[in-house]
Design a protein around this ligand. Structure first.
Ligand code: PHE
Length: 467
């Protein structure tokens, strides 16, 4: 920002240099793929199917679609607008745009905490994916027998040293990418490989859908039974909508800060949302027909992906090769998402404590190794330890997706609707009048001022049993 004081320039210089993204986002397509790189990840391939399976299928998906449209999309657009206006990291964006002395920067700080909790369990799941790349390469996982596949996954996660080791490998991998300043290079690789993952998913869908007995799975995905939709289920669906689009914690504010002035924000956010949904639905179509056809447990949860994918590939020509590629591409998608998560605390530390980027990354990953360890051990040594009735793994997931992200999103909407106001929104969404989109602006403003915050609040209170 030209008007920034010298002090602010010094403070943000580190972040800007580290990101080196201002030039990377020079094209509209660059913005789209970078934002997609953060959104698409284990959320689509691992979490969406696991939660759909545990929460009754089609009805959960419908609630999730509503939440994505009425909550995820408006919050994403809001974050992009704020970041592009301030051109800072999340905390300093909120500090700059807030009226004097109002502590809106706390949204950014809460986002830092959310990023930490998410990464603590995400890195473990990514560790399992990395492990499966190697297991697949050594040819030991292809089987259509539920018991065999479940035992094989169980052996990995219940061995405390393996669980820790794979998590550390992931943390070192992510740290090395960030510290070597090659995030941009990785983004470029991800950009090229995501379409491959897409194609492979379609191939898996075809196999899964043509298995004998696949019809049950299709029914599960498309025939809703709303009797299973309770308050906590709606909250889980809303939490997933936040998690999926990487919103509610400042990631998209940071990305917005690298948008060009003439980037069409409503169009970009809508495209990201649609592409992200497509990947999730494809993952569902790849997994559920096979789950029912081959007799797997639909409510297996975190282990679902790791049990069923080897089974589908076991019944496919060339499966022993393609299963390696599948887990490899999943690992790459997870890496793109993890880089965007870790960026939040790293930016926070460089800003707040004037640390160098290297030190901030080392500190973040060191802390993550500590905070992440209980998540890694939640399936072995700490499987009996519970806090609020949850293992550490589940607690981190629940606290971030079901509490911190919705609360962050709620305050972002309140800020946009009630503090920033209509004129700012109109200027931001229409690119200072260059876009002729008054209808979209008016609709967006009504939704973000009244509907989204009310919805988030009600779902939160009901889901947490406060109402
Ligand atoms: N959206 C990512 C996924 O689905 C996870 C993520 C959450 C990334 C929050 C950044 C911030 O895998």
């Amino acid at each position: 920002m030209e008007t920034a004081s010298e002090g602010q320039k010094v403070a943000t210089g580190e972040v800007a240099r580290g990101f080196r993204k201002r030039d990377a986002f020079a094209t509209g397509l660059g913005v789209l793929t970078a934002t997609l790189g953060s959104a698409v990840g284990l959320g689509n391939i691992w979490k969406f199917p696991a939660m759909t399976g545990q929460n009754g299928g089609a009805a959960f998906i419908i609630v999730y679609l509503f939440c994505t449209l009425l909550v995820g999309l408006p919050v994403m657009m809001s974050e992009h607008m704020l970041g592009r206006r301030a051109r800072k990291d999340a905390i300093n964006t909120m500090r700059d745009l807030a009226p004097r002395r109002q502590p809106w920067w706390l949204i950014g700080a809460a986002g830092g905490l959310a990023a930490f909790l998410i990464m603590a369990f995400y890195s473990e799941v990514a560790g399992w994916v990395f492990a499966y790349v190697f297991k697949a390469a050594s040819g030991s996982i292809l089987s259509t027998d539920p018991a065999t596949n479940s035992a094989s996954f169980g052996a990995l996660v219940s061995d405390p040293w393996q669980a820790l080791l794979w998590q550390w490998i992931v943390l070192i991998w992510v740290g090395a990418i960030i510290m070597m300043g090659v995030s941009k290079g990785i983004e470029r690789v991800t950009k090229k490989l995501l379409p491959l993952l897409f194609v492979l998913l379609i191939a898996v869908c075809v196999r899964s859908l043509t298995l004998d007995g696949a019809g049950e799975g299709i029914k599960f995905l498309f025939n809703p039974d709303f009797s299973k939709v309770t308050g906590p289920v709606v909250l889980a669906a809303m939490g997933l909508a936040f998690f999926k689009l990487s919103v509610g914690m400042g990631t998209m504010i940071t990305y917005g800060s690298y948008f060009k002035e003439d980037q069409n924000i409503p169009a970009t956010a809508t495209k990201v949302m649609l592409a992200d949904l497509t990947v999730s639905i494809l993952a569902g179509l790849a997994i559920f027909p096979a789950v029912f056809a081959l007799g797997f447990d639909v409510a297996a949860g975190p282990s679902l992906l790791f049990e069923i994918i080897p089974a589908v590939f076991a019944s496919m020509p060339g499966g022993d090769f393609f299963v390696i590629i599948f887990f490899l591409l999943t690992a790459i998608a997870a890496t793109g998402a993890m880089i965007s998560i870790v960026e939040v605390p790293v930016a926070f530390l460089t800003e707040q404590f004037r640390l160098s980027r290297q030190t901030a990354t080392l500190l973040t990953l060191g802390l993550l190794a500590l905070v992440g360890a209980p998540a890694a051990l939640s399936f072995s040594e700490l499987s009996e330890t519970s806090i609020f009735g949850k293992t550490f793994f589940d607690l981190y997931d629940y606290a971030s997706s079901n509490i911190l992200l919705p609360v962050g999103g709620l305050f972002i909407c309140i800020f946009i609707g009630w503090v920033w106001g209509f004129d700012n929104v109109k200027r931001a969404l229409s690119n200072d009048g260059a876009l002729n989109n008054q209808g979209i602006v008016a609709l967006f403003f009504t939704v973000v001022k009244y509907i989204t915050p009310l919805l988030v609040l009600l779902v939160l209170l009901d889901g947490l049993n406060i109402l």
